[in-house]
Write a protein that binds this ligand. Sequence first.
Ligand SMILES: Cc1cc2nc3c(=O)[nH]c(=O)nc-3n(C[C@H](O)[C@H](O)[C@H](O)COP(=O)(O)OP(=O)(O)OC[C@H]3O[C@@H](n4cnc5c(N)ncnc54)[C@H](O)[C@@H]3O)c2cc1C
Length: 346
Amino acid sequence: MKVDYIIVGCSMAGICMSEVLESKGKSFIVFDDNSQNSSKVAGGVFNSVILKRFTPVWNGDTQLEKVIPFYRKLEDKLDCKLVYLFDTYRVLNSVEEQNNWAAASDKPVLNKYMQTEIITDKIDGINSEYGFGKLIKTGRIDTNILINKYRAYLSEKGQYLEESFDYSVLYSKEGLIKYKDIEATNIVFCEGYGLKNNPFFNYLPLNEVKGEVLTIKAPSLKVDKLIKAGVFVLPLGDDLYTVGATFDWKDKSQNTREQARTQLKEKLDKFLICPYEIVGQKAGIRPTTKDRRPFVGEHPQAKNMYILNGLGTRGVMIGPMVSEELYDLSENNIPLDKEIDIKRFL
Ligand SMILES: Cc1cc2nc3c(=O)[nH]c(=O)nc-3n(C[C@H](O)[C@H](O)[C@H](O)COP(=O)(O)OP(=O)(O)OC[C@H]3O[C@@H](n4cnc5c(N)ncnc54)[C@H](O)[C@@H]3O)c2cc1C
């Protein structure tokens, strides 16, 4: 078989790359062995403000512009609902937090997303003595449906192989890539934390962080927005909500842990004052990087061998933008933005 591209990894990064390739009429085949879960565990939330520090997301405006059209196109193609738009309400815990919110929302880079007026209306089930700050242009992508549907879509066309990519039998010389009976012009590695096993790119300083989320059922909580306090409460429909997330830099397993469950529950109980039941818990390893910028680019020695990784805590928003940039590099030799180019590690 001859293809333009081999892609290793079929989650957020691999899917974004595949989409760009398909839209440009390139042939490709994608491998996935279900060894990583980050995209399946993700809340799938996108927003343009880092609510912890009240700072704009890096390149947030450009990313946001691409997000909705990109996933809407996928909705049409896969015939399913992926995009949910809603506001985000940040619980304010003191007069000081109200003042900080007001000051941040006054800044020109933030005021298109942060509403200045504090919301004082009560929401049943949420303790909000000092009201809420409202963030607009936020939403979520249903990453689980996307991954399942996308893999099925590729499978039907014979472009998806559910197997582990064996690096030891990859042959790459002078721009020719051979893998078993596949000949390709290019290869793109999109393995998330699986990068650790990739002998070509594992020199890159991934700073992975495990994350866990709970699913709760709260029938009396009638909320259609994302509520953000010490943890976020994300409406899924049918009285179900995702509650997350933890950040654990030590544990590299994908197992769920009692400790994470307790931590999330403690934070949740500080502001959720209605009955709820925990009905699920999931864990994954986020492919985060020390400088908070993705890993994109061509291998320093092996021609036509590329990486798309390090999407960090914001894969849903960054994915569409960086996969286009990688395509421009591989096909049109357009240099990457220096901030994302893996040349920064040479
Ligand atoms: C708890 C939690 C909450 C999160 N919430 C959000 C959120 O709300 N919004 C957001 O934008 N992001 C969120 N993220 C981050 C998001 O998940 C990541 O940014 C993004 O999904 C990473 O996608 P990826 O494709 O690079 O990596 P992964 O999702 O890890 O996918 C890598 C894929 O490669 C495959 N693979 C690896 N090695 C091989 C191999 N050798 N052969 C074949 N296949 C292989 C794996 O099976 C996997 O499918 C969250 C993450 C976690 C853990």
